[in-house]
Design a protein around this ligand. Sequence first.
Ligand SMILES: [Zn+2]
Ligand SMILES: [Zn+2]
Length: 341
Amino acid sequence: MSTYRVAQVTEPDGAFELVEREVPRPGPGQVRIAVEACGICHSDALFVSGGLPGVSFPEVPGHEIAGRVEELGEGAAERGLQLGDRVAVGWFGGSCGHCTPCREGDFIVCRNLKVPGWAYDGGFGEQVIAPVDALARIPEGLAASDAGPMACAGVTTFNGLRRSSARPGDLVAVLGLGGLGHLGVQYAVAMGFETVGIARGAEKADFAKQLGAHHYVDSTSGTPVAEALQSLGGARVVLATAGNSEAITATVDGLAHRGELVVIGADTAPLGISPAQLLMTGRVVRGHPSGTSQDVEDTMAFSALHGIRPMTEPVRLEQAGEAYGKMLSGAARFRMVLTMG
Ligand SMILES: [Zn+2]
Ligand SMILES: [Zn+2]
């Protein structure tokens, strides 16, 4: 094969078009991956809209990539890669190695983080060139269409919880039951937390229970979310997966003393939190930035061990535009995943 297909947009928020391109060669320290599946994440909109500095068009988004190594660049074999290896590439698409966070070994907050779809063409296509340090090995038994979403949605929730102050038995609330939250609930349960799912509407209660949640809080019931959490004893951690500042703010008074609000849902509106809500109780509010390729590997291993899977809706690459639109409008029930081949 000398050409491959990508779904690209040629202008900010333009329509997706399918084009043929010449298959690129991996450079030193890179591999070429035959993409098998790529999840569609809400963050792809940051690139498709051209809203971030450095985004260039034509733009090929996609940072929930799963596939097989098909060609090794110089030095890749020395770093343990073989042809045919099953690998995933997520939001962490490699780091620069020379900025201050990198020199501190904190690669996920690299100032020049190489996010696929931003630093290089992403996974909305049949081939991707990625640096070796971005690759996470996919365990046996985990399908490509499940591995892709693990590399962003999965690792962000898994890592957000395991790096939090919550310990087994603690009350942990997951705000939102969407692409991130439905994984967050499953991880929280498997990690041994008393788990609360929070979402809009009484009809989501069954879904929360299906995911293993011990409690469900309907944020539209009339009872404030904070009050509902306090009646359960107060949350040690709230993992805020919903990209809705108002909904996130409403959980703060539901935190226990020294409780922690971990924000992973993106919104640009300010959080309406007063110092008084934090001071006396020693509460903490912080953001959590996804995870490195090793974290992705840990996420996939944990998921395989505990039978945790994302709920996905596979669609063909040809339908990228339609699927992206469905994700953006909130009409997608599950994680939309593009499949190739
Ligand atoms: Zn993402
Ligand atoms: Zn760096």
